[in-house]
Ligand binder design. Structure first.
Ligand code: ADP
Ligand code: ZN
Ligand code: ZN
Length: 753
């Protein structure tokens, strides 16, 4: 009797991550009808939270709590039969929340496929799903004017062609929805189907290879051998290989060994790097199941892939940054292609670096990680210097290809036809006459970025941003590239009524128009965000460009990455000067990477390529060190400079951003942050070197109608930086000063605005 009541007193408490902006987990009690064994970390539970109910993830269990037990609430329901997140991912997500100082519940929420954020996964086998019938789709819904609930159910199902569970329907409906559902079934407008199990388990010993790899050259062979020396424990390697040196072949050989060892492999690629060509090479080489995760998928597709990867059925997952959170039970290695690419850093919400998370994940899992690029980031080169990463170089182009020749076109004193010099036009003719392709790079969309009144000097500004409106000729509209505001092109100056407005500056549309006029009869393809909005259009254009001859390609950043055009022999960057003078200390690195990456599109096969850069600053240091000493010469110089002035990677930064409806609000808030941190500096070791830069207005202070400011914190010891931010957040959360602003913290910011 006594024993019984004692054991009853033993508390069963779970810690859960609830999607809320609070930076902590919450304790809940398990009621007696829930067996504690049935609630494991990584399962979802339904919990009462304030006046709502939330889906939360269990992250821990215990017998005790710091909270008054009487105040603890009960878990309403356990939603999963087994954990959907394994312990390794829980550990990783906890690290992410702590390192990025982000609310843990939001981190868990972001890591789960959307379907799991609703009560029950619509894709679990055995679950009953509701669908619209054809009869229901074709019915005249207007007749339901007074049957509000029927109509609302129909509309919800229309939005979810993949079907909804009864609980999912319930979560969006109010009142007498059950009877409405019944009526709809009687009308035969709805049907139910049971979700089948569509995943086939992986069986080790299945064939791996389909086609043999290429005969590796000496450099490739040496890299593969070096990688294989650490194929079963944590080790970070950098494959620093010029474009076309055969890095992908190196990854493939390394992956082959992982597959033979019955391991899964995660390959992270930049957003635009996920080309059909890359996927094709993987599928050509291996017979295991390969899947890709990227932003073009709908929620159901994502969920299916997530399940196939977590079950071990998919052996190679190729994905963009968020794929780094996918559970992989047999993960054996991580590859990050184009590791220098900015798209691995998320620029809103949780501002995480998928590259850094991947390094931590590999470390926790004790597996190798391989970073590859032609233009290593300063951070990676620094890790190599400190022997925390091994550095493998590929300096020859694989196969027959020769590296391109690069030179500058000095445009000072030259007449430019809409940004194109005579020298360049002549060169283009030479290359086209040999039936080759030419690629023109201009990193700006639209026709022209500035509209100017010749009489009064009026300029087309966005009224919601500190930015100019770009003219898009195709739609004859002015557009803001920062807030999506649009307006008609004015026929005359809105200030003085003058009829003559000039277009200043050059965008890709203008380049296209000029080129079509200069090269009649030659095919021109423009690839930028405007021409590739329709699904599949990018792919169609890339295919048309792939084996074409006598063709001119015009493009933005989108064309700089990963694509392979065998017949391109001339690449021109029309305006290099945009990148030369910037307030961001990373601008030279980005410019050098861009030049090298764009150059890499030229002369990839037996045809030798040529690269030209139009500039009015041919004497510039960066350009010359890059041209004379190559990327590595440039990088050595850039690193030395950063070391001298103590900038990353020799120091650590965090950026606090705030935006508000009024300038004073963000100023007051950031000033308050500054004061708080300044006083908590006293508690740091005496040799700390915390520095503050700001508060200052953001480089674009007004954006989409909000005013924005920022405060940069820098230190040479990461720990000090994190301590001071932890203190700050505790103070902010307890204070009302934060209520009038939207604020965020960016750890290791990559862009200082
Ligand atoms: P990277 O990823 O470094 O840009 P890729 O792996 O895409 O280079 O290789 C560039 C081109 O060279 C591809 O067409 C590839 O098929 C070819 N290639 C790579 N390795 C070899 C090799 N060892 N022998 C012949 N061709 C190769
Ligand atoms: Zn005017
Ligand atoms: Zn705007």
């Amino acid at each position: 009797m006594l024993e019984n009541s004692l054991s009853e007193k033993k508390l069963k408490i779970v810690q859960v991550a609830v999607p809320t902006p609070l930076r902590r987990t919450f304790d809940y009690l398990l009621s007696n009808d829930i067996n504690p064994q049935d609630v494991q970390p990584g399962m979802r539970v339904l919990v009462p939270f304030g006046r709502t109910r939330q889906i939360a993830v269990v992250v821990g269990q215990s017998d005790e709590t710091d909270i008054d037990v009487k105040k603890l609430r009960l878990v309403s329901k356990v939603l999963d039969k087994k954990p959907i997140l394994p312990e390794s991912i829980i550990k990783l997500l906890n690290w992410v929340a702590a390192y990025y100082h982000h609310p843990i519940g939001e981190v868990y929420r972001a890591a789960l496929p959307v379907h799991y954020r609703k009560k029950e996964s619509a894709l679990e086998p055995g679950v009953t799903l509701w669908f619209l019938t054809d009869l229901g789709k074709d019915a005249d819904w207007d007749l339901l004017k007074r049957a509000v609930r029927q109509r609302s159910i129909l509309e919800e199902l229309k939005r979810s062609p993949e079907g909804l569970t009864r609980e999912q329907i319930a979560s969006e409906q109010e009142g007498q929805w059950q009877s409405a559902l019944k009526v709809l079934v009687e009308k035969k407008w709805l049907v139910t189907k049971v979700q089948e199990n569509n995943s086939t388990p992986y069986r080790p010993g299945n064939a791996i290879g389909k086609n043999p790899g290429l005969q590796l050259n000496t450099e490739q062979q040496a890299s593969v051998e070096a990688l294989l020396q650490h194929d079963a424990s944590y080790h970070a390697s950098l494959i620093d290989g010029i474009t076309g040196s055969g890095k992908t072949e190196v990854y493939l050989s390394f992956i082959e060994q992982q597959l033979k060892n019955a391991r899964q492999v995660l390959v992270l690629v930049p957003e635009i790097g996920l080309t059909p060509q890359l996927i094709h090479r993987f599928e050509h080489r291996f017979s295991v199941k390969i899947q890709t995760l990227h932003s073009g998928l709908n929620n159901t597709q994502r969920m299916k892939i997530w399940q196939q990867v977590s079950s071990g059925e998919v052996r190679i997952l190729i994905g963009t940054r968020s794929a780094v959170f996918t559970p992989m039970p047999d993960l054996g290695a991580i590859i990050i292609d184009e590791e220098h690419d900015l798209s691995f850093k998320q620029q809103d919400g949780i501002r995480y670096s998928a590259k850094d998370i991947a390094l931590v994940r590999a470390n926790y899992a004790d597996i190798p990680i391989v970073l590859g690029t032609a233009t290593p980031s300063m951070e990676s080169l620094y890790l190599c210097q400190k022997s925390k990463m091994s550095h493998h170089k590929l300096r020859q182009r694989a196969g027959q290809a020769k590296p391109p020749e690069v030179h500058l076109i000095d445009v000072r004193g030259q007449y430019l036809q809409h940004g194109i010099s005579r020298t360049l036009i002549d060169l283009m003719h030479q290359h086209l006459d040999k039936n080759n392709q030419v690629l023109l790079f201009q990193n700006r969309r639209g026709y022209s970025p500035v509209l100017l009144c010749n009489k009064c000097g009026w300029i087309s500004h966005c009224h919601r941003c500190d930015a100019k409106l770009t003219y898009h000729q195709q739609h004859n509209r002015l557009r803001c590239h920062h807030c999506q505001t649009e307006q008609h092109l004015p026929a005359q100056c809105p200030e003085c009524g003058h009829g003559e407005l000039s277009h200043l500056g050059i965008g890709t549309e203008r380049v296209e128009k000029t080129i079509r006029a200069l090269f009649p009869g030659i095919e021109v393809i423009r690839i930028d965000r405007d021409t590739t909005q329709r699904k599949g259009s990018l792919q169609t254009m890339l295919e048309r460009a792939r084996d074409a001859q006598k063709q001119i390609l015009i493009g933005t950043q989108m064309l700089a990455k990963g694509h392979h055009f065998p017949n391109v022999t001339l690449v021109a960057i029309l305006d290099i000067d945009q990148g030369l003078y910037s307030i961001d200390f990373r601008a030279p690195e980005r410019l050098a990477q861009l030049i090298v990456q764009v150059s890499g599109r030229a002369g990839r096969e037996e045809k030798k390529g040529q690269v030209v850069l139009q500039t009015s600053h041919p004497e510039d240091d960066i350009l010359n060190s890059l041209l004379n000493e190559g990327y590595m010469g440039f990088a050595a110089k850039a690193l030395a400079e950063r070391k001298e002035v103590l900038l990353p990677p020799y120091a650590y930064q965090a950026l606090i951003r705030a935006e508000a409806n009024k300038i004073e609000y963000y100023q007051l808030f950031l000033e308050y942050c500054f004061q708080v941190m300044n006083s908590s500096k006293q508690h740091l070791p005496a040799d700390h070197d915390i520095q503050f830069l700001g508060p200052v207005p953001a480089p674009m202070e007004k954006k989409a109608g909000k005013y924005r400011g920022q405060l940069l914190i820098q230190a040479s010891a990461r720990k000090n930086l994190h301590n001071i931010i932890n203190d700050l957040i505790k103070t902010i959360e307890a204070n009302k000063a934060a209520q009038r602003v939207r604020w965020s913290i960016d750890i290791d910011p990559q862009e200082l605005y």
